[in-house]
Design a protein around this ligand. Structure first.
Ligand code: MLC
Ligand code: AMP
Length: 502
């Protein structure tokens, strides 16, 4: 009896003294030591009475023990629910209520805030960025041998929440095989081996940092330099020890902004991968001119893992995301009728393959709207396939802002603004931003006989929404532009405020 994901990803490294993860400024941890840590944690989870399929919600800073929770969940057949550290208690209340985890792990500083919103019967354990807290206290006392629970390809490994156009977040259910198939494909396509050292500075609560970066490394037996976040000086300092980097476009524009990032400083590097948001062709070209390397851009989503990638060998074409991955079917359809369109035409990108999720947690209607009976997932991204087979993303049908690689659904902010007594209605748009790609601007129509102060409105958003979702500015207008159907014309707002520094 095997554990479909754990065994090939982690289990096969049992006893290996090869380095797996080196925390910034710390000593390398071998695969064997990491496996021991995850085994101890799995014993703690089992001891709490958690059963296969139970959810484990985790909102903690990035650290090696935080990563070990992922491996421990796999061992015990539990479903990891990683949560952005920026989420407020108000946001967490929804996730915990919806997913009903049996265990919540949080930073000790947040424990008091979370206690009142814990689901019935759930346990709360703590873990801080240094590894201290009740989880490690218990794990330190547990044995380091743990037999992974048998799990099949269709068993759930994780639920990742993604916001939606209605403002309500949906939990994307990812199976063992969704993650395993994608890790295998990417490790092979991007030529990862045990000789690779990845500079890892992405958060580990999203697909990119957790499943793309960590799973690809573990699949290949590679190692990671684990940085708690993106710090330019620290990145440049550790670059000589690494040979690969995965990042969002903001990583690359920030690196390019520093004169120390030169051809010499990158001469030893094997691969730079970009994704999660569009990489401007201009950035791609500047990067090549500066370093001689062509960034490899790929395209993915929480629901689908990675779908499309530029080639390792062959032309990495700027402004495109490359070719569908092995095993992934990609088609372009008419956004209204759903009928497939011929190559070259712009339409909805739909994808099908072993990487595509199982559906939204407890939302069968939402699942049916976005995941067709024939297995194609309707991505909400608009694109085309050129005569050479390269896929380009030309826009989004979904009303979504991507800021520094984080998805921000305008509806979620509009709902909160609209509830404020001084706001009649609001529209939230994304404007171009040099660092984050896009930044949030809110346009507000005051309620009758009020004159809201934008700073006061921003302050009122603070306890409700994670900081990265906050508008960079609020503009007050008399009315929102609408089309004949009464729909707010966000394109008109984007043009009107195009020059507003956001
Ligand atoms: C931080 N802030 C942001 C922000 N990140 N605001 C908007 N958008 C963001 N992405 C806020 C901070 O709270 C801070 O608020 C202020 O902006 C300045 O912060 P900073 O110090 O400049 O930010 P930093 O900590 O350096 O973070 C920037 C970043 C980070 C780009 C390094 O956001 C990041 O790591 N992004 C990666 C996201 C990611 O992993 N996406 C993958 C999703 S998976 P204040 O209060 O100081 O003003 C996916 C699928 C796929 O999409 O295909 O991969
Ligand atoms: P998420 O919901 O956080 O998984 O974000 C997925 C979305 O990020 C996709 O639907 C795309 O809109 C966007 N995305 C990911 N990779 C790219 C890319 N290389 N270029 C443009 N958009 C991307």
């Amino acid at each position: 009896m095997t554990n479909h994901l754990f065994d090939p990803l982690f289990g096969r490294h049992a006893g290996s003294t090869a380095p797996f993860v080196t925390p910034k400024g710390g000593a390398p941890l071998s695969y064997a030591a990491f496996l021991d840590l995850s085994a101890r944690m799995a014993h703690v989870f089992d001891g709490l009475g958690l059963k296969k399929g139970d959810r484990v919600a985790v909102q903690v800073g990035k650290s090696v023990p935080a990563l070990a929770i992922y491996a421990a969940c796999l061992r015990s057949g539990l479903v990891l629910l990683p949560l952005n550290t920026a989420y407020t208690v108000a946001e967490l209340e929804y996730f915990l209520g919806d997913a009903e985890p049996g265990l919540v792990v949080c930073d000790p500083a947040k424990a008091d805030g979370l206690q009142p919103i814990l689901p019935e019967g759930a346990t709360l354990l703590t873990l801080d960025a240094t590894g201290a807290g009740t989880l490690m206290e218990a794990a330190d006392k547990a044995p380091a041998d743990h037999a992974p629970l048998p799990c099949g390809p269709d068993d759930l490994a994780a639920i990742l929440y993604t916001s939606g156009t209605t403002g309500r977040s949906k939990g994307a259910m990812l199976t063992h095989d969704n993650l395993l198939s994608n890790a295998r494909t990417l490790a092979e396509l991007w030529r990862f081996t045990a000789d690779d050292v990845l500079l890892h500075a992405l958060p580990i609560f999203h697909t990119h940092g957790l499943f793309v970066a960590v799973n690809v490394c573990a699949m290949a037996g590679a190692s990671m330099l684990f940085h708690p976040g993106f710090d330019l000086d620290a990145m440049l300092a550790d670059l000589p020890q690494a040979n690969t980097l995965m990042g969002v476009p903001t990583f690359y524009t920030r690196l390019l902004s520093d004169a120390r990032f030169t051809r010499d400083a990158t001469a030893h590097m094997r691969l730079f991968v970009s994704g999660s948001a569009p990489l401007l062709a201009e950035t791609h070209e500047q990067f090549e001119a500066r370093t001689g390397h062509r960034i490899l851009e790929r395209y993915g989503m929480t629901e689908t893992n990675m779908n499309v990638s530029n080639p390792y060998e062959g032309e990495r074409r700027a402004g495109t995301v490359g070719f569908p991955l092995t095993g992934v079917d990609l088609r372009i359809t008419d956004p209204t009728s759903g009928d497939p369109l011929p190559d070259g035409e712009i339409g909805m990108i739909e994808v099908r393959g072993p990487n595509v999720f199982k559906g939204y947690w407890r939302m069968p209607e939402k699942t049916a709207e976005e995941l067709r009976g024939n297995g194609f997932f309707i991505t909400g991204d608009l694109g085309r396939v050129d005569e050479d087979g390269y896929v380009s993303i030309v826009g989004r049908q979904k009303d979504l802002i991507i800021s520094g690689g984080y998805n921000i659904y305008p509806k979620e902010i509009e709902v909160v603004l609209d509830e404020m007594p001084e706001v009649l209605e609001s529209a939230v748009i994304g404007l171009p931003h040099a660092d984050f790609g896009e930044a949030v601007l809110a346009v507000v129509v005051p309620a009758p006989n009020t004159s809201p102060d934008p700073d006061a409105l921003l302050e009122a958003l603070r306890p409700q929404l994670a900081r990265f979702k906050h508008p960079r500015a609020i503009r007050i207008v008399d009315a929102l532009p609408r089309n004949t159907m009464g729909k707010v014309q966000k394109n008109v707002l984007r043009e009107a405020f195009a020059t507003t520094p956001a």
